[in-house]
Each structure stands twice: as structure tokens, then as C-alpha cells.
Ligand binder design. Structure first.
Ligand SMILES: Nc1ncnc2c1ncn2[C@@H]1O[C@H](COP(=O)(O)OP(=O)(O)OP(=O)(O)O)[C@@H](O)[C@H]1O
Ligand SMILES: [Mg+2]
Length: 326
């Protein structure tokens, strides 16, 4: 049986706002097998980052999070507190953020920042932690790593800082790595290098990778599976090959319309614009959230719940009208 690194069912995240409750994540199921690279795509504001940060237990205190099931690396974390989740960070799961400049502390040396976590979590000695930091920096392609431990972040380029962030995420030897738009702050050639690096690390270390990206070229290049998110739910999930060959959800079809030939889309090509706007997520919602923008919408699309159609191994689509070929 496939070993699941992450199995989340019915994840909901809501945030109180002045205008009412913002139901930003509205019942997300995410399963990631060992060694799998799942790309999570979808328009800005659809809840990708909130999904990722709730897995890490890093949401703001005022956010309300519930799940029916939350298994990570074989442990049942359902209902666990943020403090318990924090313990797992830097061990089973690590996250890379969008902007390396804000994630590295400018006043501390690289060596200090890389070693602090494992010295605390794994009770490693300073020299053992430094040895691991050197190994990881070497792995992510930082030349002469031992000498660079004493340097501060400003001594490195943007691309190097993002490599250091990846090394830092790998320090605890995580089983699952979550990367939220890890390259958007970088220029296009460096983006390609970082993504190639992530793909290599994933293969070498047998990591599971949850990669959030706007870039469908990246998805075509490194995803084993894709989850397409729309207005707080997964509209469609499929093995990457199947999704590109035969998208089922009208929203997915819209996204893929700009890349007719899978695999040849240049990196850096963003999600294409689909006419219309994402619905507001304040308060409750009835029926399919995409129906106002959907060319094949019918009256039954306003019904709740929207049926989920299992369309083969590792594949589902939530749409009343999709012509599903299993
Ligand atoms: N701390 C917060 N307080 C209030 N609203 C928030 C907070 N974090 C996120 N939101 C709102 O929740 C919704 C989902 O946000 P999220 O950051 O998960 O989107 P996203 O899919 O990651 O978008 P992007 O592609 O722009 O990064 C958005 O409407 C956002 O404005
Ligand atoms: Mg985001």
C-alpha cells in the first residue's frame, strides 16, 4: 500500500473579519504519498497559503481551523494544538516561504540560523549541527560551505538566499517539504535553477513535496500530481499527466487553455486570466463556486453539495456537468 505522508480531510479555515466570517478554506482534502510532488494551483486568494500554513500550525491565533482527519507521517494530529504542531516542524515537515529576505534574519550568521533548530530539537552538539549545515549547503549548491557559515545573509544573492532557505528547511531531515511560491521573488533563470534543485532533492531524499505555484510550466515539469483549487476547495485533483491530457473541470480547462502542448510551456508563464471574478468568501456559499464564470453552468449547479466524481486512480472532480471519462 502507498505510504501516506499527509492525509487531511475536510480542512476548513475561517477568519473573522469586520464584514463577517471569511470562509477561506471550505473543506479541502489533501493526500500526499511518500515521494510524491503535489502541485497546488489556483488563482490568487483561493486559499492555497492558508491551506499550507494550517498544515504547519502557523496560522494567526484568530483563525479557526477544523479537520475531520489530519494524519502526518503516520501520526494522527487531529485536534492537536499549535504547540504540538510546532514540535513537528523542523522534524517531519518543513516549509519554504516565498520571500527569502524576510525569512532569514539579517543580524545572525547563516551558521547560527541553520544550526539553532536542530540543536534544540535533536539535541545535536554545535559541531554536529555545523557538520550537517555544511552538508546541506553543499547539497543545495552553495560553494565552499564551511567558510560561509560565518557570513550574514546580505553577503548572498537572492538565489543563494533561497538555496540557504531550502538548506535550512532540510536541516531536520523532513519527510514532507512544503514550498509556497518559492521562486516568485527571483528572476526567471534562477527560478528554473531552484525548481530543478527542488526536483533533485525530492528524488534523492525521497521527500514528499507540496509545491504551491502559479506557474503551469513548473507544474508540467515537476508535478507527479496536481490539485486545482478554486474558492477554498479542490475543484479537481489528478495525476499530472492525466490532468494535462484531459482536464475535466471547466475551471481546469480554462487554466490549461493557454498551454496547449504540455511540457513545452516556458517557465514563468502565469495562470491565464479567466473572465469574471472569484466569488466573495464571506458567509456561506451554495452550490458550485465557479458557476458564474462557467460556460456550461446549468440550474442544478446551484444545488448543494456539488457532487464529487471519482474519475480513476488518484483523480476526482467536483462538477455536476463535467463529462468524466474514468
Ligand atoms: N491573516 C489573514 N487575515 C484575514 N484574511 C486573510 C488572512 N490570510 C488570508 N486571508 C484571506 O483569505 C483568503 C485566502 O488567502 P490565501 O493567502 O490562502 O490565498 P492564496 O491562494 O495563497 O493567494 P495568493 O496566490 O495570492 O498567494 C484571501 O481572501 C485572503 O485575503
Ligand atoms: Mg499565497
Amino acid at each position: 500500500m502507498t505510504e501516506m505522508m499527509l492525509d487531511i480531510r475536510n480542512l476548513k479555515v475561517s477568519i473573522p473579519t469586520e464584514r463577517g466570517t471569511l470562509n477561506a478554506v471550505r473543506g479541502v482534502d489533501l493526500q500526499i504519498a511518500r515521494g510524491e510532488t503535489l502541485c497546488l494551483v489556483g488563482e490568487s486568494g483561493c486559499g492555497k497559503s492558508l491551506t499550507a500554513t494550517s498544515i504547519m500550525g502557523l496560522l494567526p491565533r484568530y483563525a479557526r481551523v477544523t479537520t475531520d482527519r489530519f494524519d502526518m507521517a503516520g501520526q494522527d494530529l487531529t485536534g492537536k494544538t499549535a504547540a504540538k504542531l510546532a514540535k513537528l516542524r523542523g522534524r517531519d515537515v518543513a516549509m519554504i516561504f516565498q520571500d527569502p529576505t524576510s525569512a532569514l534574519n539579517p543580524t545572525l550568521t547563516i551558521g547560527r540560523q541553520l544550526t539553532e533548530g536542530v540543536m534544540r530539537h535533536e539535541k545535536l552538539s554545535r559541531s554536529a549541527a555545523e557538520a550537517r549545515a555544511i552538508e546541506m549547503l553543499d547539497r543545495v549548491g552553495i560553494a565552499n560551505p564551511a567558510a560561509r557559515l560565518t557570513q550574514y545573509p546580505h553577503g548572498f544573492s537572492g538565489g543563494q538566499r533561497q538555496r540557504i532557505m531550502i538548506a535550512s528547511a532540510l536541516m531536520g531531515r523532513p519527510k514532507l517539504l512544503i514550498a509556497d511560491e518559492p521562486t516568485t521573488a527571483l528572476d526567471v533563470t534562477i527560478q528554473a535553477q531552484i525548481l530543478t534543485l527542488l526536483g533533485e532533492l525530492q528524488a534523492d531524499l525521497g521527500l514528499s513535496l507540496l509545491l504551491i505555484t502559479h506557474d503551469l510550466g513548473v507544474v508540467a515539469a515537476i508535478a507527479t500530481d496536481v490539485a486545482v483549487m478554486y474558492a477554498g476547495r479542490i475543484a479537481e485533483r489528478a495525476p499530472a499527466r492525466d490532468l494535462f491530457a484531459a482536464p475535466q473541470h471547466p475551471y481546469t480547462k480554462g487554466l490549461l487553455a493557454a498551454i496547449p502542448v504540455p511540457g513545452v510551456t516556458p517557465r514563468g508563464s502565469a495562470l491565464p486570466a479567466i473572465p469574471g471574478r472569484v466569488p466573495g468568501l464571506i458567509g456561506t456559499m451554495q452550490g458550485c463556486a465557479f458557476r458564474d464564470r462557467c460556460a456550461i453552468a446549468a440550474p442544478e449547479c446551484a444545488n448543494d453539495p456539488v457532487p464529487r466524481i471519482e474519475a480513476g486512480q488518484g483523480r476526482f472532480v467536483e462538477c455536476t456537468k463535467a463529462e468524466v471519462t474514468a
